[in-house]
Ligand binder design. Structure first.
Ligand SMILES: [Zn+2]
Length: 182
């Protein structure tokens, strides 16, 4: 029985896959100064943009990940970068607080959501296909690994807080993604 489960687990991992996720240590991020564990699976996925500089190469995205983390820790005084994950137009995912730590990205939703932010400002353009696919793949990955409920609800940051995030164009795009709810 265990062997069958192991085979099934391997099959599912291959079937659903996960995007390439660079861990905090792989991109040279700072360790958190405090951490609150998050109960999983979570109900919500909240989409953001950093409203900063976009990046299309791993080295450029690493620079942006460090910039965002430094801003959140040094200027905002937070324990860590606010988002659970960051995504670049290089198609890679950069670990923030990860799957099992409460983020600081959407008041009232932080303890029951995964916050995913794409590097860049998407007011008048969309993230490229690589970045959009990485976000979708990351959500599927979270569901397959049991960190996100299969009946999750997708929201844009503006649906839960008074903000323009994740930018008009990208927001319009995610309203047509699976499981989106206003
Ligand atoms: Zn946001």
């Amino acid at each position: 029985m265990l062997r069958i489960l192991a085979v099934l687990a391997a099959f599912c991992a291959v079937t659903y896959g996960c995007p390439t996720i660079l861990t905090k240590s792989q991109w040279g991020g700072r360790a958190p100064t405090c951490r609150t564990a998050m109960a999983t699976p979570v109900t919500y996925v909240v989409i953001h943009h950093t409203e900063g500089t976009s990046c299309t190469s791993q080295s450029a995205c690493i620079t942006q990940a460090k910039n965002v983390q430094n801003y959140h820790m040094n200027s905002n005084g937070w324990c860590d970068v606010g988002y659970n994950f960051l995504v670049g137009e290089d198609g890679l995912v950069y670990e923030g607080r990860g799957w099992t730590s409460v983020g600081a990205h959407a008041p009232n939703y932080n303890s029951n959501s995964i916050g995913i932010s794409v590097f860049g400002s998407f007011i008048s353009r969309n993230p490229n296909t690589a970045a959009q696919n990485a976000v979708k793949s990351l959500i599927s990955c979270g569901v397959s690994r049991g960190y996100i409920k299969s009946a999750y609800i997708l929201k844009g940051h503006r649906n839960v807080t008074a903000t323009d995030c994740p930018g008009n164009t990208f927001y319009s795009t995610i309203t047509s993604w699976p499981r989106f709810q206003y």
